[in-house]
Ligand binder design. Sequence first.
Ligand code: ADP
Ligand code: MG
Length: 251
Amino acid sequence: MTDTTATQSRPRIAISQAVKRFGHVQALRGVDLEIQPGEVVLVIGPSGSGKSTLLRSVNRLEHLTSGEIQVDGDSVTAHHADIRKIREEVGMVFQNFNLFPHLSVVKNIMLAPTLVKKEKSELALETARRLLARVGLADKERAYPDQLSGGQQQRVAIARALAMNPKVMLFDEPTSALDPEMIKEVLDVMLALAREGMTMMVVSHEMGFARAAADRVVFMDEGMIIEQGTPDQVFGSPRHERTKAFLQHIL
Ligand code: ADP
Ligand code: MG
């Protein structure tokens, strides 16, 4: 989470006038958002409001129609942007884990560091073991994804993203495919990460996590940021009718 000195420095993520069209669908209609180093921003909003498109644009899984995004001062959206470097610096965790089914847990985590960063496998293995311990899965390194529960798979996915030592972590509804009893184990890992100072953008409607971890809550609707503030402000006294209506659905 942010400290007061961090708020004076260069934003870790700077999104400016982000517009994304898919044919005639306007997924993003001019989004401005700056996220400071160590800040945890929760993005909420109805289905189809552009949350995933916004996140995916930050690591260039989507390319903006217009506008600009910078990560730590480097443009993500420029045509000459180094997409490999972006993917190294911006870790992403998806709703459906997306582990490689034919690779063991430890190989899943070692793959990108050895393939993309050309890390020696001994070092990658050491890192993978350290990260597995951190997500509470030290005993699962030889398991395959289909031998794990959803919550365990998602924790492996987080470890895999962390193995690249990213500057930013993006989470797109990381617990919405999980059975209720597994949600907490994943949120606990995310909360620990937030407390260690990771810069995070999280799409989630988990209120407990929001109140415990988020510095800021951003409400999106129809491709725009409608309002934002601290969790207390946005959940406790939302200013806009659309935010109030949405919160009535989820609270
Ligand atoms: P959210 O994550 O808030 O549910 P999305 O960012 O997934 O919203 O979608 C925003 C809008 O963009 C929706 O209308 C969606 O149908 C549309 N959209 C998203 N991805 C694509 C795509 N690849 N092709 C066409 N339309 C898309
Ligand atoms: Mg989505």
